[in-house]
Design a protein around this ligand. Structure first.
Ligand SMILES: C[S@@+](CC[C@H](N)C(=O)[O-])C[C@H]1O[C@@H](n2cnc3c(N)ncnc32)[C@H](O)[C@@H]1O
Length: 265
């Protein structure tokens, strides 16, 4: 039998070792026959083992070449891609009538890039179940006016339906991480207008939270949106970003999109 390679910190390798938790995660995901599933970072195959029994259409994306041979031996019918998930083109893996379902106990150091990628490629993705750091899960699911409310909360709740399913103790992993974890479930079923400018919306949210303690008027004045006359939005930009609802961010977006000269769009 091959020995397991040493876990690498830089790839965020904290492997699941508790059978009950593994089953609970898969139950929460809920696999149906015919589902087109892509697992980010299968590692030693803790989640893969059950997924493999429940669908014929499983793609495994793993950056660590040391485990690829073992994955091929253990899961001969899965499609195995030895690459960085962030560099994949998801539309090439999905089908118009069968979008991708994504699952992963992901490396925590690339949580935001993974979330932003899934949002960017949401036309190819139906839903995702991800293990993230508990603190991040709380930020994602927080509401305006709370201390956790920030960029990730606005972006995630604007583009997706997201919920925190359950918290997970560090004890179920090897090696044991320093932080608690949580499972989040994301549905990419929200529709934005065809000409919606994702990049602009994200830039506005980032600029708004740039100076968290200041009013939007001040934050935006020190950002790429300086010089815009907000006129009718005076009341709104007298608030701080952390007080703004998703609908108010959309109002701000609509205003800025119309205010911006076409050449800078
Ligand atoms: C937290 S471990 C989870 C392993 C396994 N799924 C489990 O639950 O025990 C994260 C996995 O993602 C892999 N990984 C790290 N960065 C990656 C990337 N950019 N693309 C694909 N896989 C990556 C790691 O090598 C590791 O196998």
């Amino acid at each position: 039998m091959k020995e397991n390679p040493r876990p690498l910190k830089r790839f965020g390798q904290n492997y699941l070792k508790d059978k009950n938790i593994i089953e609970k995660i898969i139950e929460e995901f809920g696999v149906k026959e015919g589902d087109k599933i892509i697992e980010i970072g299968p590692g030693r195959g803790a989640l893969t083992e059950i997924l493999y029994q429940r669908t014929d259409d499983l793609t495994l994306v793993e950056i660590d070449k040391r485990v690829i041979e073992t994955l091929k031996e253990n899961f001969p019918n899965a499609k195995i891609i030895n690459r960085d998930f962030l560099k994949l083109n998801l539309s090439e893996l999905s089908a118009p009538d069968n979008k991708l379902r994504v699952i992963g106990n992901i490396p925590y150091n690339i949580t935001s890039p993974i979330l932003f990628k899934l949002i960017e490629e949401r036309e190819s993705v139906s839903d995702a179940l991800l293990m993230v750091q508990y603190e991040v899960a709380k930020r994602i699911t927080s509401t305006p006016g709370t201390k956790d409310y920030g960029i990730l909360s606005v972006i995630m709740n604007f583009f997706t339906d997201v919920k925190l399913c359950f918290k997970i103790s560090p004890n179920v992993f090897y090696p044991k991480p320093k932080v608690h974890s949580a499972i989040i479930k994301i549905k990419f079923n929200k529709i934005t207008a065809e000409d919606f400018d994702d990049r602009l919306f994200i830039d506005i949210v980032k600029a708004a939270f740039g100076k968290r303690r200041k009013t939007l008027r001040n934050s935006l004045a020190g950002s790429m949106f300086k010089g815009i006359e907000f006129g009718v939005l005076d009341d709104l930009i007298a608030k701080r970003a952390e007080e703004l609802s998703i609908e108010e961010f959309l109002k701000l977006y609509n205003f800025i999109q119309n205010a911006k000269p076409a050449s800078t769009r």
